[in-house]
Design a protein around this ligand. Sequence first.
Ligand SMILES: [Zn+2]
Length: 484
Amino acid sequence: MKRRYILIAAAGIAILGCLFFWARGPGATGRGGSTTKAKPPATAVFLIVVDTLRADRLSCYGYGAHRTVNIDRLADRGVTFDRLQSAASWTTPSMGAMLTSLFPTQLGLVEIPARPGETFEWRQKRGQRSHVLPARTRTLGMVLHDAGFYTGGFVNQPALNFATCYRLGFDDWYWPVGPNQIEKYDPTQRFTPQEWPSTRYADVSDWGLVGQFDGWLEQHGGEERLFAWIHLLTPHRPYEPAEKYAPAPVDGVTEKPTASQRYDGEVRAIDDMIGKIVGSIERHVGWDRSLIVFTSDHGEALGEHGMTEHGHSLHREVVHIPLIVVSPSLSAGERMDRLVSAVDLFPTILALTGESARAPSDIVGTSLIPLIDKDAHRMLYMEGMLYGSTERAIVDQGYKLLYDQQGDVCSLFDLTADPEETVDLATQQTQRAAMMCAKAQEIYGTLLEDHWKRRARAGQEGVESDEDRQRAMEALRSLGYVDD
Ligand SMILES: [Zn+2]
């Protein structure tokens, strides 16, 4: 057993090297040509994340049932990436990965065995899942703050608000502390669970944050360097859109709307919020120096593959999220169909602000700038499960493999012929499935090894306190992720 472990570890080191290679390697193939214009780097950065937003419910991604005019306008101004995949299937690991350019297992944001060689048993290990980033982890906020950016967080997501690490690097932090009540975070204030907002009021809180953001920009829009992260929660369940956005009656008859129709209502509300946010940026900062990155943390199953919500699947409906990048140095109305990962956003933002040299040396993502389709053979990796699922996924050479570690089951999909991932080819293409399955396990082993090293390096600093754990669990409970 020990010998086998050493072999896996050795293979793992080589694979991590490969991961870095595919992340950073050159080799332009396919559609080429940079559209980057010779302009000074952006000095005002706006990361807009809409929780639980599927790319395919936006009209700029081809949705026909409604028009998301404000998001479409943003797409007209910048570059739309057609195939961004989240690194994980739910908020905490996904945002941890986006903001650090490291995978959730490296960060310990997924359930993992406590020690090498230990059997994974999710029910026993559930309490061992961390909700905070390991000590010494560098986030986007910290790096930009160190680069002289004045930083503001506007975050309506309990799972992120109550894990202190996400706030590090922010000069100002605004959050909802109750329905229709936004407050500026005060580090001396005590945490009171009763004040946590419910997802039922997500849209009200989001509108409050949008208003707060406008006021903040009015005050700070003239800062030489500026960074804001806005995280909105409206499309998260229970999908109760305000009347203005509710599904319209069909032929004058009001049917009970489906979950999918109600979800669309929330997306329409978000579109209006994006219009307000962009209006604030236009008014107080202007386009000449603004970098806007519009994205999500994960999608949402609305019946596909017999599932609802997120956290338990890495199928397309849960991991295909939008990405629109508007920058003075990028051409307007461009589309990129290359396969990209949310771990790429951190280095991309640093590249567009002229701060690539500040990227931590161990990140796994790659800058999407210049805009060339250089990764035709790039392999993507995803993970991060809830509800006891231990699924991981890799996408390689047009195929997607889902591996459920717990049941030791693989599913294989041909993304070219079957983008909806409906026909499992694992029993037909057994050799491909076995190879990709082994690869998924090897990558996971490598990331796990890296996590233990990080934890050892951080020592006691990396161990979350009981209070941190309690806060995070309460936050997840408020979102409905934890059963009592
Ligand atoms: Zn989320």
